[in-house]
Design a protein around this ligand. Sequence first.
Ligand code: ZN
Length: 456
Amino acid sequence: MQHFNSIEMNVNRRRIMQAGASAAVGALTLASATAQAGQNPARQPASGSAKPKEARFWLTNVTLEDGFERGAENQVLSTKTRKAHLLIENGKIMSIAESRPADGLPQYDMKQSLALPSFADMHIHLDKGHYGGPWKAAVPFVSVAQRIKEEEGFLVPFLADTPKKAKALIDLSTSFGTTHMRVQCNVDPVQGLRNKDKVLEALTAYRDKIDFDMVAFPQHGLLKHVKLMDEAMRNGFNIVGGLDPTSIDGDVERSLNTTMELAVKHNAPIDMHLHEPGAQGASVISRLAKLTEDAGWQGRVTVSHAYCLGQLKGNPILDEVLSRMAAVKMQVISTAPIDTPAPPVKELASKGIMLHLATDCINDHWSAYGSGSMIERASRLGEINGWDDEYSLNRALKYITRGVAPLDDQGKVVWPKVGDNADLTFVAASCSAELVARRNPVDAVLRRGKASVWNI
Ligand SMILES: [Zn+2]
């Protein structure tokens, strides 16, 4: 499908967005920007660019994916789309109409923008960052242990600016279509639970923009600070974190058992940072899978990073550990790294193991890099895996939407449905495949029917 008329428009908008510099992007409306540039009157809103504020309104002229166009050998050639109008009511999609509504409710013209389920960043650190303050690169990396030592020197002085910086990161993420974050937040003996208070201050102020989970992350180790972790789980966290039980805690068995005990005590899922390599990492995962089974924690345990799975590609150990993970519905979160082997997508999928993408660190003490865009992460996953065809690119979207996509693997429409939450990201792309390949700009973002980004 031809989207508007408008490669030029996209280029123009991209330039404007780049000029808007990060967090300010969301504040700059497309209408004002195009008026300044004096271009493309067809894209100008008829009645200003006010975003919806009502509890009931229509989003008209929305593009929805409608199936696959297939070739002679049943291969997917392109993605079919259709025009629809969405009734948003009290945060939900309450009607999907073919013909233009005439019920007198307010209407907002989406100008054929493509509607997608909004994005989830499944592993992000909002504390300890530089973003939102003056530019600062990370110091050269020596080891995880050395990084932890360095942290001890700045955790407390950083606290005052943490809410401001966390808000800047949330603004950045939402400007790229994210409405859900799994937030990893330090629980350590240097600042205790104060990082959590500061991060929650920002998340609470932005509750109309973002849903979140809070992972109690024992960055400085678990075993020496179990009481603090226990206190954390009673005060604002809902997921038990973990970190490299062999190299950081030095006692895999006790570390994993303690993690599971905390999870069971607080009836919480687990999300463990695991950087440990090869067979060592695989053995940690296998042990965690066994504890998961014993505790009846199936479907509630996630391993973040899990580089070991990438390093073991082609090794029979991989198949064994993936089978154990699949048996307890363990999930994997990855940043789609380009500097190290990542969990192999095909092998995970063949076992039915769910993979989610994440940004992790965005210009903080651990990494100078990071754009905040989940679109970029999906695109990067596609590039790493050589996904150039329409079907593979289309399937890439689900890694940034917690598995929800407009079409299922067969091309049947499964989203949106009447009654779904109005968590929507509108993009200037003709289909998901184009978005993943071209990383098109975001037109609008709604969380539970409330618009946080409105560039349309
Ligand atoms: Zn992390």
